[in-house]
Every structure is written in C-alpha cells, then in structure tokens.
Design a protein around this ligand. Structure first.
Ligand SMILES: Nc1ncnc2c1ncn2[C@@H]1O[C@H](COP(=O)(O)OP(=O)(O)O)[C@@H](O)[C@H]1O
Ligand SMILES: [Mg+2]
Length: 257
C-alpha cells in the first residue's frame, strides 16, 4: 500500500519544503521508494534537489489531464523521484470551472499511478486555496511542520478548522502528525510553544525535534539535502532520526520532553 501524505501549514516559512526534502531523502536512504510532488507554484522543492530548469512541466499538466503523473516523474536520487510543480501550476488555482469538480484533480490524477511507491509526499503551498484542497482530498495523512514561535500558534486554530472541515465533508479522519521544524533550544519561547503543542496534539508530535541551524538554511542553495551537504552534522542526524520516528510512529509524550 502506498501511503500518501500532505505536508501542510498555511503559514509560509515554517519548514514545509525543508522537511519534505530532507525527510524524503532520509526515507529514501533507508531503502523506501519515495515520490515527492512539488505542489507549490514557487517550485522551491525542485530547487532543493538541484533542479533549476524553469520551463519544466510537472504536476500542472497531470492536473489538467494532458499527461499522466507517471509521465512527469523525474528521478533525483536513489529511491527518490520528484514531480515538479510545472510552470502552469500557478494558473490552476485561478482556473475557471471546467465541468469537473476542481478539488478532486489530484486525487483523480493519482488513481492507479505510482503503485510501486512506499510513500508519496505532497509539499503544499502556504495557503488554504484550491491546491491545498486538492492535497487534502487526495490524502489520508497529513504532516504539519510547526515552527516553535508564538505566531505559529496563532495560525494553528485556522489550520485545524480547515482540517476539521475536510474531515466533515469527506466523512473520514486524517492521521495527523506534527514535526517541530525550527526549534531554538536557547529560546524560552520554543519550550513554551512545544508544551502548548503537546497539549493540543497528544501522541501526534514526532519524537525528534528539527533544530534551527545555519547548515539547513544553506544546503538548498547548493541543490543538496543536508544528508549530502553535511552528512555528519546534527541536522543530518535530526532528519535521519525523524525518518525513523515517521516509520515507527515514535511520538513525544509529556514525560520524555
Ligand atoms: N531547521 C531550520 N534551520 C534553519 N533554517 C531553516 C530551517 N527550516 C527551514 N529553514 C529555512 O527557512 C526558510 C523557510 O523554510 P521552508 O522550508 O521553505 O518553509 P515553507 O516551505 O514552510 O515555506 C528557508 O530559507 C529554509 O532554508
Ligand atoms: Mg515551501
């Protein structure tokens, strides 16, 4: 069974793309077959893997039914492939009604595709528009990167309201996991935010905290993940541990914090 996971948070800059790129590479290193969909028209995920071509097509044409998803796959590392955003993805959000329901484009495009994959991750844009709706309708699982600052908490109720709305409409519940993505242990607010998150998401926060480091901010400019840019760094270790947490469902509890 292929697990399909949407990486969502309507707030920008919280570490969605960083988490997607590095977690997916760590899972691929563990031998899992992983496909990542760059669902943000900005195309930063592709850049993170060193793909800099601007006239790529990708998930855009698959949503528009001009290509199949499998035709749009680009191998980037061993066991890891990406479906780029494509230059028309930004138009999809503004698409006029074409007759078919617009929220199910991704779900339909994925049907019967990539069945040999262990995981399909969808790196969603920072919005709550049509693309995110497509991401939520196509998946059973969501992974929410949370930066540990006060403003991150402000967006949380909006995010959870969105998720609840989709759960109600789809008549099913998501498996929800949270990643603490930009943790600064020297800041008291980080610990305070983490405690609040623990009470909101009992047994849903993955055990490993991703710390804020200069290396993690640097590696996309070299088109490398942290596992390549600095494989022995603590950030590489964070992501390897996070990959194991994800596979084994290891979560934080109030007492191991
Ligand atoms: N743990 C981290 N340490 C240092 N920089 C980070 C970390 N996580 C993300 N960043 C940086 O913060 C910025 C926003 O992160 P990004 O993953 O693109 O967020 P999003 O996809 O949610 O908008 C990027 O410049 C990225 O390199
Ligand atoms: Mg992003």
């Amino acid at each position: 069974m292929t697990r399909i996971i949407a990486i969502i948070n309507q707030k920008g800059g919280v570490g969605k793309t960083t988490t997607t790129a590095n977690l997916c590479h760590a899972l691929a290193e563990l031998g899992k077959k992983v496909t990542v969909i760059d669902f943000d028209p900005q195309g930063h995920l592709a850049v993170s893997f060193g793909i800099i071509s601007h006239n790529l097509s990708g998930i855009d044409l698959a949503l528009l039914k001009e290509k199949t998803i499998e035709e749009q796959v680009l191998p980037v590392r061993e066991n890891l492939q990406i479906i780029p955003a494509g230059s028309k993805l930004k138009d999809v959000e503004q698409m006029s009604n074409t007759g078919s329901p617009r929220g199910v484009m991704l779900r339909d495009a994925l049907r019967g595709q990539l069945t040999d994959q262990d995981f399909i991750f969808i790196d969603c844009p920072p919005s709550s528009g049509l693309l995110v709706a497509n991401g939520l309708i196509a998946t059973q699982e969501i992974l929410v990167p949370m930066a540990s600052d006060f403003l991150a908490l402000q967006g949380l109720s909006h995010l959870m309201a969105t998720v609840k709305r989709f759960e109600g409409a789809l008549k099913r519940q998501y498996k929800i996991s949270v990643v603490i993505s930009r943790y600064m242990s020297t800041r008291r607010i980080s610990g305070q935010v983490l405690n609040i998150l623990l009470s909101h998401f009992p047994n849903q926060i993955l055990a490993t905290v991703i710390r804020e480091t200069a290396l993690l901010a640097e590696c996309p400019s070299f088109g490398q993940t942290i596992l390549e840019y600095s494989p022995k760094s603590r950030s590489a270790r964070d992501f390897r541990n996070l990959a194991n947490d994800f596979l084994e469902n290891r979560v934080m509890t109030n007492d191991n914090k």
